[in-house]
Design a protein around this ligand. Structure first.
Ligand code: ATP
Length: 362
């Protein structure tokens, strides 16, 4: 098959460090399994702002549109200037312009890694294109505005179309997993917007007779996650609730440094760690690259399905397993997990493990 073009956008602060680490692992997988992948790099974020006046220039957006897959490092969105001075959030821009409507955020307890909640294996499927996100929920203008200096208003957008397609993505996933779907909303208070989301999600779920469906209010869900996260399988919810609950779930399972995620649409997909750019530890070779490594494995799995290419699925599974096996040894962890290894040394361990697994597989 033709070589798939992967665009790497390293991002800000710890972004270049964890991107280099994750790329080292996937390049090793390409070498070992002869994967049909080639990588292109482009600058976004602060470096791009300095050079071009934009955190995500049009040329990069165009390259992303033509790529087969994207690896996005975390961006310091909070530190960017306003949009009219070039400070666009690259993640939001790409999610919208490539219609990456499903943010798939798994959280699982990892053997041997200390975690508040053991035995968890759940996936939060978060709607990615509307909700309360002021930078993406309007055709023109922004979803937040101030009629006077003392009044701030925010608009929350929920559509039947977006609710149905995120529910479908969640049901498809639940069918492949433990066949349980939890719909999370605040439909008791947001009766129209979350009422619409709940109605549409339930109607899509009704097309999946094998999937057991429940509805839980978001405040109750925050408690359930702490008390009994192990009972959940696939959780579907709107944009901001999904953002918050997935961070909570990630912390329960060992920390943000382990939280991978995929932004997926029908035609494009983008690997992106669930955490931010962590300016407090940038440039110190201390960041945990696992979240981005797991995200890249998810991207390979998505590409394998889209292009019916088994080698990519094998690579995804091997990268996942190699990372888990390295994490199992406390002496091979990064400082956020109490270990002594730097970002690049950890990635080298994963590559070494990958080579071993590839050489010994049946
Ligand atoms: P941003 O403004 O880009 O969201 P932030 O620091 O506010 O950055 P996160 O980047 O999500 O938010 O980080 C929250 C905390 O978790 C920070 O103390 C950070 O150092 C830590 N952290 C996040 N990602 C990692 C990682 N990959 N490895 C180690 N620590 C991390």
């Amino acid at each position: 098959m033709r070589r798939l073009d992967i665009l790497v956008l390293p991002g800000d602060h710890i972004g270049p460090e964890i991107s280099a680490a994750a790329l080292g692992v996937v390049e090793e997988a390409r070498r070992l399994l002869d994967l049909p992948l080639e990588f292109r790099h482009a600058e976004i974020g602060h470096r791009s702002l300095e050079r071009t006046g934009h955190t995500i220039p049009d040329s990069v957006e165009k390259a992303a549109r033509s790529a087969d897959g994207i690896i996005l490092g975390p961006c310091d969105t909070y530190g960017y200037p306003p949009v009219d001075r070039g400070g666009v959030n690259p993640s939001a821009r790409l999610r919208l312009s490539l219609d990456l409507y499903a943010n798939i955020r798994p959280s699982r307890s990892i053997g041997g890694v200390p975690a508040v909640a053991p035995n968890v294996d759940l996936v939060i499927v978060r709607e990615n294109t509307e909700g309360f996100y002021a930078d993406r929920n309007m055709f023109a203008g922004a979803g937040e505005f101030m009629p006077t200096a003392e009044i701030a208003l925010a608009v929350r957008k929920v559509t039947a179309h977006a609710s149905r397609r995120i529910a479908r993505a969640a049901c498809d996933l639940a069918e492949k997993r433990r066949k349980k779907l939890t719909i999370v909303s605040k439909a008791n208070v947001l009766k129209l917007s979350d009422g619409l989301f709940l109605r549409e999600a339930q109607s899509v779920a009704a097309e999946y007779p094998d999937v057991a469906v429940e509805h839980i209010l978001v405040d109750a869900m925050a408690s359930h996650l702490v008390r009994s996260a192990q009972v959940f399988d696939v959780v579907v919810t709107t944009n901001m609730f999904g953002d918050i609950l997935s961070n909570q779930a990630a912390e329960l399972c060992g920390g943000l440094g382990l939280a991978g995620s995929l932004n997926a649409g029908d035609a494009h997909a983008m690997a992106q760690a669930a955490h931010g750019s962590a300016p407090d530890i940038a440039g110190q070779d201390r960041a945990n690259p696992c979240a981005l490594i797991f995200s890249v494995a998810m991207l390979l799995e998505w590409l394998a399905r889209r292009h019916t290419e088994k080698a990519l699925a094998d690579a995804a599974a091997l990268i996942d397993r190699a990372t888990l096996e390295v994490l199992a040894d406390p002496a091979l962890r990064t400082p956020d997990l109490g270990g002594p290894l730097g970002t690049q040394a950890f990635a080298k361990q994963v590559s070494g493990r990958l080579a071993h697994l590839a050489a010994t597989r049946p």
